[in-house]
Design a protein around this ligand. Structure first.
Ligand code: PMP
Length: 432
């Protein structure tokens, strides 16, 4: 009896598509999703008792691996003190102070419950602070499912507002301008036409929602300069990259390459909650003080700053500051992608790979793509074959070719070697 199949059939009776977030349904890759029963370290176990090496890590939060004893102890202690108060706590200050210490571009931070809320609120704040309406986002970047951000790009500059989802009225997205990632000339043209009306540019610094695509240095420099010249705010969405690609996030890497680089607002999530619902947005004091109750931009949350979530996040952020934590994570991740590239090459399959810290991507393409259109040149049938080849062999990758991968500090060299051995077999099947 396959318990995954049984549970999937049952789930579809009571939950739309059987899942509470679409990608979990394996729709892109086909087949039955693994229903997870438990996790420890680098491993997940499904309802059949099958063990997997986990390269999703709950889509990013589990940077320490599952079930880290110090994190669990902090969560248990906090839970006993109270699950939720709806009132301020000292721990929220501690977490805020920790975040501000690690991300110096932020002078103040507001805690929320999800990346969606954080991006949505950052956009509202940018519009409120500038008194402008238009926002710029890039094709292939995901910032959560707030209405104004659920816009697909058309090609070409003047394509305002075509909602990607039913239920999003055209009027709600008519001020969202979607541009090509890594195209500074197009961004320049957009500012030449609409600069005085643009409230903000929001971007993923390494786009993890189209697999793994780095913002080029010229692109990031152009975004910073154009925003500064026109009085728009640059919002860097580090929900995925924050505390993962480097302790100071992707912005710390761009600051090494671009003198004086800093975003105006930063959006954080995933790792800051360590696996509990927690996210944040922050920036300079004069902008953040536009938020209620001090300022006119409303934003709130019953469970925001939740005492158990903040305990989990704080324990996680403290542990990832151990000496060499990110250097070791980066090295392990590099071993993985280089091993995958080599295994593919030995089977006569072209694979391009990239990684930064504990975030990685790979493409069944000869070169790393620079934007969404190039990512979509990947052969999805071949990706699906690879995905299932690995899943069968106990390796759990993201079930879609446009998702990044995640390595944790709990992944050992043996885990990486076992993954590469499984990949050799999967590539051999593909080549046959
Ligand atoms: N921004 C980015 C860059 C993300 O990757 C995600 C989620 N994967 C979000 C925002 C939305 O976060 P959440 O799912 O917590 O709403």
């Amino acid at each position: 009896m396959d318990r995954n199949q049984e549970l999937f059939a049952r789930a579809q009776q009571s939950i739309p598509g059987g899942v509470n977030s679409p990608v979990r349904a394996f729709k892109a890759v086909g087949g039955t999703p693994a229903f997870i029963e438990k996790a420890q370290g680098a491993y997940l176990w499904d309802a059949n008792g099958q063990r997997y090496i986990d390269y999703i890590g709950s889509w990013g939060p589990m940077i320490l691996g599952h079930g880290h004893p110090e994190v669990l102890a902090a969560v248990e202690r906090a839970a006993r003190e109270g699950l939720s108060f709806g009132a301020p706590t000292e721990r929220e200050i501690e977490l805020a102070e920790e975040i501000l210490k690690l991300v110096p571009s932020m002078e103040m931070v507001r805690l929320v419950n999800s990346g969606t809320e954080a991006s949505m609120s950052a956009i509202r704040l940018a519009r409120g602070a500038t008194g402008r309406k238009k926002i710029v986002k890039f094709e292939g970047c995901y910032h959560g499912h707030a209405d104004a951000l659920l816009v697909k790009a058309g090609s070409g500059l003047a394509t305002f507002g075509h909602a990607t989802s039913a239920g999003v009225p055209e009027e709600v997205v008519q001020d969202t301008l979607v541009l090509e990632y890594n195209n500074p000339a197009q961004l320049e043209e957009a500012f030449a036409r609409h600069g005085s009306e643009i409230a903000c540019v929001i971007m993923e610094p390494i786009a993890g929602n189209m697999n793994f695509v780095r913002a080029s240095i010229p692109f990031m420099r152009a975004a910073r300069q154009l925003c500064s010249q026109s009085g728009a705010l640059l919002i860097i969405d580090e929900v995925m990259t924050g505390f993962r690609v480097a302790l100071g996030g992707a912005q710390s890497l761009y600051a090494q390459a671009i003198a004086g680089f800093a975003p105006d607002l930063t959006v954080l999530g995933k790792v800051i909650g360590g696996g509990m619902p927690l996210a944040a947005f922050g920036g300079p004091r004069h902008v953040m003080e536009q938020l209620a109750p001090q300022g006119p931009v409303y934003q709130a949350g019953t469970l925001s700053g939740n005492p158990v979530a903040t305990a989990c996040g704080l324990a996680t952020l403290r542990l990832i500051q151990a000496p060499e934590f990110h250097a070791r994570l980066a090295e392990r991740t590099r071993q993985l992608v280089e091993g995958l590239r080599q295994a593919a090459a030995d089977a006569g399959i072209t694979l391009s790979v990239d990684s930064e810290g504990g975030l990685f991507g790979f493409f069944l393409l000869p070169e790393l793509p620079q934007n969404y259109a190039e990512v979509m040149r990947s052969d999805s049938a071949r990706f699906n074959q690879l995905f299932h080849g690995l899943l069968r062999r106990g390796v759990y990758l993201a079930p879609a070719l446009y998702e990044a991968g995640f390595v944790s500090a709990a992944h050992t060299e043996q885990d990486i070697a076992a993954t590469i051995a499984a990949a050799r077999d999967a590539f051999a099947d593909m080549a046959a």
